[in-house]
Structures are given as C-alpha cells and as structure tokens.
Ligand binder design. Structure first.
Ligand SMILES: [Zn+2]
Ligand SMILES: [Zn+2]
Ligand SMILES: [Zn+2]
Length: 325
C-alpha cells in the first residue's frame, strides 16, 4: 500500500503555487534550487490548451474565470549560464518567452532578436511547433537560431511552407540530431530519444537533459508505454534518469466513456503510476506529469485524482516549476 510522502506533497503544493523557483528542496539530495542550471517548465497543457480552444467544459470554464487555473501548452526550457534553450515552440510562445526572460540575462527594453540560445523540437503536432512562426520576419526575426530536431522533422521544416521561409531568410538553422548529445552551457548536454507516437508528418523525440547533478527525461507526448521497444523502467535505468517529466494527457479511462482502450494514443496516468510505483517508492526516480488534456481531472490540484496522485508519490507539473540539473 503506497504511503503518504511528505516531500512529494510539499513539492505538489509548491507546484500548485506556480512559482518559478520554489526555493525548497524537492527530494533527498536536493540543493539550492534558485541558481545553477535547471529545467524550467513553461507549459503543462495538451496541444489544445487549458482553457481548450472552443471548449466550455467545467474545467475550461473555470480556467477562463480564474486565470490562475489556466495552463500554457506543454513546453520547457533548459536554463544555464544566463541563456535558455527551449524545448518545443508552442502557440503560447510569446507568453513563454516572457516567463523565461526573468531567468536569462538578456537586455530588456526593446524586441530581443535573440531571446533563445537554441530550440529543441519533439515533433510536428500543432502544440509543439506552431510557435516557430513567431521567429520569422513578421515577428521576432531571429538570426540563425539553432533548431535541433530529428532528421525527418528537419527535412519537413526545410521543405514545407511556411517553415521553409524561416530557413531561407536565416531566422533558424536546422540541426538534425545525431547519436552524440548536444552540449549547451554549464556542463549541460541534451540527447535525443526516439518515442513512438502518431507520425503523420514527422517522427517524435523525447530528450534526456543531463546536468552536473541530475538527468531529466522529457517526454510530453507518447504512445502507451506498451508500444515502446524497451520497457520504460528499463529506459529510466539505462539512462540513469533522476527525474522523468512524462505524458500525462489522460488520467484514467473515466475520461473517455465508450472509448475502446486498446485504441488509446497515450498512456493513462493510472497505468504509468502502476508501472513506475516501485521506482518511486524506492526513491529511484521523481515522476512529474505534464501535457494534461483539458478533460484530465488532475489539472485541478484539489481534485480526487490529483490528491491520489500525490498520495502515491507522483506529481503534476505546474507552469514555472524549476527542476535543478
Ligand atoms: Zn502534444
Ligand atoms: Zn474543456
Ligand atoms: Zn503529438
């Protein structure tokens, strides 16, 4: 029987507060959270957002009435030495860059044409790359911003409008990822991991962000874990992952009445918890869910689902969560 974990509960309350840096240790071995390289969560909603476009369900209506309940589309940034590398370019990119500005040492007072040191893309679904449009001539007009993507995604961007114009005008520079990790700053490296997921236009990547103290796995969008060629607990062990930010689109089958569960395109949070409970109980990995669909009851920290999730030692990411590297 899983027991209550005070540390995890404190962390969850901290997340609910939505602070950029909580300043309180989140687990054994945690050091000062406010300095040094970190992964900063900038969005935690599924592609359609929360409130979700054109939805007036109870959760979306509340998120409109109380903006503190809104969540930006899933994205994160690696911050090191005063620079930031964004993971995914969402339709909420302008707000996300503004949230990031406090964590970087960029000049203020005018359009910053180099707000990012680089960008990593997971895949070509609307919530993960439409924000690239803001990098173009009509908006930020970046100069040679390095964009790291799978070879298939890089080829897709280079060959299709409107993205090819970003390449042609020199706003972005495409860097197809290879086996070697990409070195950022402050001793941080980022390696790509192939992730099974619907692949209409491109394949999908997850990222392993390796810092001086921790390794973080970031997989916002995935097919159910049963479709991974190697079991998720084994991947976490192989890659020596300390913190896993994982696809938490749906909590349980209750959200999808009448749906044949064998056709589900995402892992359910309840399944992920069952799969990873032994590792969480043993203190081997901190598991944080992101990319929550508007139907997911865990978007509300006071819901029974969110309470149960915390009781089991798991967490839901909040916009602004900072995980030290
Ligand atoms: Zn998505
Ligand atoms: Zn809704
Ligand atoms: Zn997707």
């Amino acid at each position: 029987m899983p027991r209550v974990r005070p540390l995890a509960l404190r962390a969850a309350l901290c997340l609910a507060a939505g602070e950029l840096a909580c300043g309180r240790p989140h687990g054994p071995g945690s050091e000062d959270m406010t300095s040094g390289p970190a992964l900063v969560v900038l969005g935690t909603a599924q592609d359609g957002g929360l409130p979700h476009a054109a939805c007036s369900c109870e959760r979306c209506a509340r998120a409109r009435a109380e903006p503190a309940r809104a969540r930006r589309v899933a994205s994160a940034a690696v911050v090191a030495d005063g620079r930031a590398w964004l993971v995914d370019a969402t339709p909420d990119l302008p707000d996300q860059l503004e949230a990031l500005a406090a964590a970087t040492a960029r000049p203020r007072g005018a359009v910053d044409r180099a707000p990012l040191a680089g960008l990593f893309l997971t895949h070509a679904h609307m919530g993960h790359y439409l924000g690239l449009a803001y990098l173009g001539f009509e908006a930020i007009h970046t100069r040679a911003l390095p964009v790291h993507a799978s070879p298939r995604m890089a080829a897709f961007l280079g060959a299709n409008a409107p993205w090819d114009q970003l390449v042609r005008l020199g706003n972005i520079e495409l860097h197809p990822v290879a086996d070697e990790p990409v070195a950022l700053a402050g001793g941080v490296r980022v390696a790509a991991l192939a992730v099974p997921h619907r692949d209409e236009y491109t394949d999908t990547l997850g990222f392993v962000v390796e810092g001086p103290h921790r390794r973080i796995l970031y997989v916002p969008d995935s097919a159910p874990w049963s479709q991974w060629p190697r079991a998720l607990p084994q991947v976490l062990a192989d890659r020596k992952i300390d913190v896993a930010l994982l696809d938490g689109s749906f909590y349980s089958p209750d959200e999808l009445p009448g749906r044949d569960l064998s056709t589900l395109a995402h892992p359910l949070i309840v399944e992920t918890m069952d799969l990873l409970q032994p590792l969480v109980d043993a203190g081997r990995v901190r598991v944080i869910f992101t990319h929550l669909n508007h139907s997911n009851p865990a978007v509300d920290p006071a819901s029974a689902a969110a309470v149960e999730l915390r009781r089991r030692g798991f967490e839901v990411a909040g916009d602004g969560l900072r995980v030290p590297l």
